[in-house]
Write a protein that binds this ligand. Structure first.
Ligand SMILES: C[S@@+](CC[C@H](N)C(=O)[O-])C[C@H]1O[C@@H](n2cnc3c(N)ncnc32)[C@H](O)[C@@H]1O
Length: 384
């Protein structure tokens, strides 16, 4: 990386509600081009918000991978409302202000906090500090009844993680929730970095593959056996197309053939949890409608940072699993997932998109459980 990236974290937000900010948005977006992609319509434009909780940072290494290009590993000190916290972060030069992965690190044998470069740290794999990872893990709660119903002593749930980065999510699923995990990362150097600097281990319970995650799923679906089905598929793929700005998952993932392959490699009672950063409301609605075509039920968690929404899709009806009293797995989840994300999971009703001459999009619910006065109607009016 020729120039060291700025240390403050910059996040994107869509302040549509503020009319003054709305007028200036196109001029201060990090990526104004993304505002004009939807057939000449002008959807909301992401606005940079300065979130400077970084006090200082120290570069650990800069290296280059064949797919992601230059990447930076750094230790940062944060000031969280007066509380000192240290984290190790991974960023790619192609999206320098985006933290791809981060993990909490704890100072070891510290005599002085003066020089960050000389401090030694150990990784804390027991907590998730990337804002959307706790909500992603909370998403697994929709199948908690199924997991709790597994009676064999030897049962261990299996997760497929598409996009490894530093591997914080994989380590957490393994250490805190006893999952066997398969991780697929397109860049072999990122995998090396995850092992060297983020403590990811390729052992009997974590299996790592350096290849394209979408191709991996498609190939697996072609040669399927019952043992290679997953209970949870966690999708955290950033888009390599920087021209559209921050966006996840990549559009290639949302093709019907890919979603059908994902469904095929999922256990009948399994769940797919996807980190999404929609670049517009319209795109998010399209994403939802694609998932509804392939999966039985769809849920969402609003991460609350005006950026990430976690989508949760199931192959079978999970019914009122969320209202059920917790068994051992749900109780464990409640213990290890910080925040109240498990209770903020919301079902997304199936919507029909109709076209009319007078109104561009008219949406109606196909789910009798939802009337026009409920959340569905809100979603409709928001999207128009
Ligand atoms: C946001 S990071 C994942 C962070 C990770 N969940 C964690 O716990 O730290 C996204 C990763 O997806 C990888 N990626 C992007 N597209 C991919 C693809 N098609 N197949 C596999 N990996 C991909 C990127 O190289 C990057 O390392």
């Amino acid at each position: 990386m020729g120039v060291r990236p700025v240390s403050p974290t910059l996040t994107l937000t869509c302040p549509l509600k503020n009319p003054i900010l709305k007028r200036v948005e196109p001029f201060i977006s990090p990526n104004p081009k993304s505002a004009f992609l939807d057939d000449g319509e002008i959807p909301e434009v992401p606005l940079l918000v300065f979130e400077d909780e970084v006090v200082r940072s120290s570069i650990v290494e800069i290296c280059e991978g064949p797919c992601v290009g230059e990447m930076l590993i750094e230790n940062v000190e944060l000031d969280n409302d007066g509380v000192k916290e240290f984290r190790r972060r991974l960023r790619f030069k192609r999206m320098p202000n985006f933290v791809q992965s981060q993990m909490r690190i704890c100072p070891k044998n510290v005599t002085s906090f003066e020089n960050l470069d000389n401090m030694k740290f150990e990784l804390d794999k027991g907590v998730l500090v990337q804002p959307y990872l706790n909500p992603m893990v909370a998403g697994i709660s929709v199948i908690s009844r199924f997991l709790e119903g597994q009676t064999q002593d030897t049962f261990r749930p299996k997760a497929l993680c598409l996009g490894v980065g530093g591997g914080a999510l994989l380590g957490f699923l393994r250490v805190q929730l006893n999952f066997e995990v398969v991780g697929v990362e397109e860049d072999e150097v990122v995998l090396e970095v995850a092992k060297r600097y983020f403590g990811l281990e390729n052992d009997e319970l974590i299996h790592l593959f350096a290849e394209d995650g979408i191709e991996y799923v498609k190939n697996l679906a072609k040669n399927l056996s019952e043992e290679c089905r997953f209970d949870a598929i966690m999708v955290d793929l950033d888009s390599s197309d920087v021209s559209v700005g921050a966006c996840a998952p990549p559009l290639e993932f949302v093709r019907k053939s890919v979603l059908v392959a994902v469904r095929a490699v999922l256990h009948e009672e399994g769940v797919v949890v996807i980190n999404t950063i929609p670049s517009s409301k319209l795109l998010y609605e399209r994403l939802i409608s694609e998932f509804h075509e392939v999966f039985e039920e769809l849920y969402e968690i609003d991460v609350g940072n005006a950026e990430n929404f976690v989508l949760i899709a199931t192959k079978s009806k999970v019914g009122n699993a969320l209202e059920a009293n917790g068994g051992a797995f749900l109780n464990k989840l409640r213990l290890v997932v910080s925040g109240s994300y498990i209770d903020s999971i919301r079902k997304i009703p199936k919507l029909l998109i109709l076209h009319s001459e007078n109104v561009d999009y008219r949406l109606a619910t196909a789910d009798p459980a939802f009337s026009s006065t409920n959340a569905c109607a809100k979603r409709i009016s928001n999207s128009l």
